[in-house]
Design a binder for this molecule. Sequence first.
Ligand SMILES: [Fe+2]
Length: 324
Amino acid sequence: MPSAALVPSRESGFADLAPRHIAVHPLTGHIGAEIEAPDLSRPLSPEVVDEIRAALLKWKVVFFRDQPLSHAEHVALASAFGAPTIGHPVFGFVEGYPQVYSIGRDRFATRHTGEPLIRPWTGWHTDVTAAVNPPAASILRGVTIPPYGGDTFWTNLAVAYDALSPTLRGFVDTLRGIHAFAPPEGQAGTADFKEKNRRRPLVSEHPLVRVIPETGERVLFVSPSFLKSITGLTPRESQQLLDLLFEHITRPEFTVRFRWRPGSIAFWDNRTTAHLAPRDIYSLDFDRQLYRITLKGDVPVGVDGRSSSLIEGEPLEAFTAGTA
Ligand SMILES: [Fe+2]
């Protein structure tokens, strides 16, 4: 855990101590900071870990440049901040590195249609929210990066929550929704996808607003690709309110856009952000290869103190030898 003095709080306006071991360069008004840090391939001091963690709580996603890591170094870095899960609960992991999930250019190309993909289905989302305990954070590293195209976006779900009217905040505070890992409407999925999904079904009910323990922040925990319906509303009410919220959380002023380079690392708080995988690379011929590690997360808790509930599947556990 970070030392108390370094944990920013909502009450203090995130007035944390100035970092002394890293340099934090904010990129936008609400989200994203580039961090100058010591060599991340080496073991980090507790002070550096605390300062990066504080910057992450404040800026929601932090970026590092020119930090090329091996798979093993990536695992070691992630382990300094939490417990890595298995690469992906449905789609597996990199051979020999059970905590590492490969994100290649064409990973979605045949998953649902069996045909080269024209419109990738993974739009704005928060990672693995179909699990009852979605990952606390994700650490994504860029290896092969196109000369242009393939940028990633993140949005700040705490600021999005604050920007709702008090009346609507009061309403969404009371709501819960069903998150499922399933192809979107109109896409049946390939036999391979369906089989993998059948073996590891994931469905959970989460509060639409979760409270972050370290900061007391309330965040609009809506993950457009996974949140399918709002409990207790008619299908029409549910869809129209979700459309409103999904449009709201992706307003440009809540977002940051990151231009990858080889050796870049993006480290995001998966509880307080959603992100958008790039669409433009599917019209370009460049290769793109990134690797992701996710850290085990808590079961979300709503404003009323109620926890999320598991409907199908298993909680995401930290990887331990033998579980792969
Ligand atoms: Fe993602």
